[in-house]
Design a protein around this ligand. Structure first.
Ligand code: DON
Length: 342
């Protein structure tokens, strides 16, 4: 063989090998069957788990049928793999919080979140007033109630109607579907919101709230009362897995360069005082809500959402946590490597 051809072949060989490896990895990534099997197994394994209690500090949440259970994977190319009660609509609650943080990143910047709210995990419950006293930043991060109420107040809007419109439309954009407030949930929560009202007033007093306290509380409560099903949550997560673009509608919801900052906050604070335990066992950025929903993101691949109303002491859904952990470890998709939880 001509010496030049040999040299060329020697130069190209590593590149060819790399291409073959990448192609094989893509094929071996996850087949549709593997994703559906992971969902089915997680559903079957935890379907009859009775641990935990419905939230009842928001009275109407105690009335949601406790045995409901759904598991969904939504991929970054818009495929859905489902099991269980995937049509049931429940209140989004705190799962809404990172998405309003994303709206502020869009309108302003991730830096504004760091400066005006904070990005430290509290290691304390989601409604802690102690955290407000201990940390100089007060609101601490946008995923606890204080930081989430502050986030609502930070949205640039001319009045309350526009504030709500922007937040509502943003969450619909992430879900790729029209979403309505569950009126009974809003009534129940807003009429028993003294704790969050206290938090809003403390923040306002300390110059860490950026709009009228009652307006901020009301719009925050409306945000938490939005009705979603488990598929909506999965698509919201898949939008983050897809670098900020909704894989179903194609709408860009967050700049790709801002997604890592948002996922970092979800990884460190998404489960409140259980965030360390969650990352240790599941290895995925995620967000929970007292309605029983959880969404976890496998960056660049897919999202896993699950819903089950019974919660543990920290306010996180027992079966939703178990199901997502099971899928994360079965598919080996923890962000630091495969977690071997069982
Ligand atoms: O403000 C509250 O207490 C509720 N609207 C949301 C709390 C929540 O979902 C905590 N998450 N697990």
């Amino acid at each position: 063989m001509d010496i030049h051809i040999k040299r060329l072949a020697a130069k190209l060989a590593p590149a060819c090998l790399a291409l073959i490896v990448v192609a094989n990895y893509a094929i071996a990534d996850f087949s549709d069957e593997a994703l559906q099997r992971a969902v089915d197994e997680a559903y079957a394994e935890f379907k009859d788990d009775q641990r935990g209690e419905n939230a009842d500090y928001i009275p109407i949440l105690a009335e949601v049928p406790s045995d409901l259970f759904a598991v969904v994977i939504a991929t970054r190319d818009g495929k859905l793999f489902t099991a269980g009660d995937i049509e049931y609509r429940f209140s989004i609650q705190s799962v809404s919080k990172p998405f309003t943080a994303a709206l502020i990143m869009n309108q302003q910047s991730p830096e504004v979140i760091r400066e005006k709210i904070g990005v430290e995990p509290t290691g304390m419950p989601f409604n802690s007033k102690l955290a407000l006293a201990v940390y100089e930043q007060r609101s601490v991060n946008p995923l606890v109630n204080a930081g989430a109420i502050a986030a609502v107040s930070l949205v640039e809007a001319n009045d309350e109607a526009q504030r709500w419109e922007l937040i509502h439309r943003n969450i619909e954009g992430f879900a790729g579907s029209e979403l309505a407030i569950l009126d009974e949930v809003f009534e129940s929560e807003y009429s028993s919101a003294s704790s969050n009202r206290g938090i809003a007033n403390i923040l306002f007093n300390d110059n860490r709230l950026y709009a009228d306290p009652e307006e901020s509380l009301r719009v925050y409560t409306m945000q938490c009362s939005i009705g979603v099903n488990t598929r909506d949550l999965a698509v919201m997560g898949a939008t983050l897995a897809n670098g900020g673009e909704n894989p179903i509608t194609g709408e860009r919801m967050l700049a790709a360069e801002d997604v890592p900052e948002l996922l970092a906050i979800m990884a460190t604070a998404g489960f409140y005082d259980e965030s360390g335990e969650w990352m240790f066992s599941a290895g995925l950025p995620a967000k929970t809500g007292v309605g029983g929903g959880i969404v976890a993101v496998v960056p660049g691949k897919f999202a896993i959402a699950a819903f089950a109303p019974r919660l543990d002491e920290a306010g996180n859904s027992v079966r939703a946590m178990e199901a997502i952990r099971h899928i994360s470890s079965a598919l080996g998709v923890g962000v630091f490597g495969a977690n071997s939880y069982d």
